[in-house]
Design a protein around this ligand. Structure first.
Ligand code: 1GP
Length: 249
């Protein structure tokens, strides 16, 4: 199995915490995406994620991925559905939505996508996706039963189950544009259980992070990677501070 991007991420993590910028093809044209990616890489992003819950389609997705080749960082697909695939990317988060109520998002879309992904030759990074709190469009479209904000132990149990199912990434998601990020306690509990398991994957957190203090709290709680999306579209000037807050530099 291809592992180039995964090895690179793990290698980078040995040097410090990581930040990924999410670009939603439904919200950004190829020109916008290119500008956003440039600003993100300059601010210290280590990878660009591309995906969204609605309105993603080829050939526009392929054009957007092409337009993101503006620096030496991997472009990784973050698909909301089977339409979020293109062979032009470097890798794909092969996601299973741990707390969906619909078998389609748990295993069925993966079954339909797997042969296509194989044909495309994409590197796959198994990813357990856990929706917490607000959940945003991802929670709504994915028919999730979001983990309540005040039940961090439930988020951690999903994280642990995902790791036991073979995930290399566990992604705790509050939803793009969520009013509050994933609670730090959910990250802390998840980290404790994942460490007890001896898991050597990456714990990713995203959704609703808008300031350096929130970013730094998530880092202290044990997140390896912070994802932001909305921010770089709405207020790119704030990105360097948030990335510094998360990386502790
Ligand atoms: C969404 O976690 C990401 O999948 C990013 O969320 O747009 O709120 O930064 P924001």
């Amino acid at each position: 199995m291809k592992e180039k991007v995964w090895r690179r991420l793990k290698e980078s993590r040995r040097r410090g915490r990581l930040h990924f910028t999410l670009i939603d093809p439904n919200k950004a044209s190829a020109g916008d995406a290119s500008r956003i990616a440039r600003a993100a890489i300059d601010a210290g992003s280590d990878a660009i994620l591309v995906g969204g819950s609605l309105g993603v389609y080829e050939p526009e997705l392929g054009r957007i991925v092409d337009s993101l080749r503006v620096g030496d960082v991997p472009v990784i697909l973050f698909p909301g559905n089977i339409n979020g695939l293109t062979p032009k990317a470097d890798a794909l988060l092969f996601m299973y939505l741990m707390n969906t109520e619909d078998v389609y998002y748990a295993t069925w879309v993966q079954f339909q996508a797997a042969p296509i992904i194989l044909e495309m030759g994409l590197e796959v990074i198994p990813t357990a996706y856990v929706i917490v709190g607000h959940g945003g469009a991802a929670g709504y479209v994915g028919m999730a039963r979001p983990v309540p904000y005040d039940k961090p132990e439930l988020a951690a149990a999903h994280a642990l189950a995902g790791a036991m199912m073979g995930a290399r990434i566990v992604y705790l998601e509050a939803g793009s544009g969520a009013p509050r990020p994933v609670p730090v306690e959910a990250v802390r509990y998840s980290r404790i259980l994942l460490d007890r398991l001896g898991w050597d994957g990456l714990l990713v957190v995203g959704g609703g992070v808008r300031d350096p203090v929130a970013a730094s709290r998530l880092a202290s709680a044990g997140a390896d990677v912070l994802v932001t999306g909305t921010l770089v579209e709405e207020d790119p000037g704030s990105l360097p501070g948030i990335i510094r807050g998360f990386k502790g530099i």
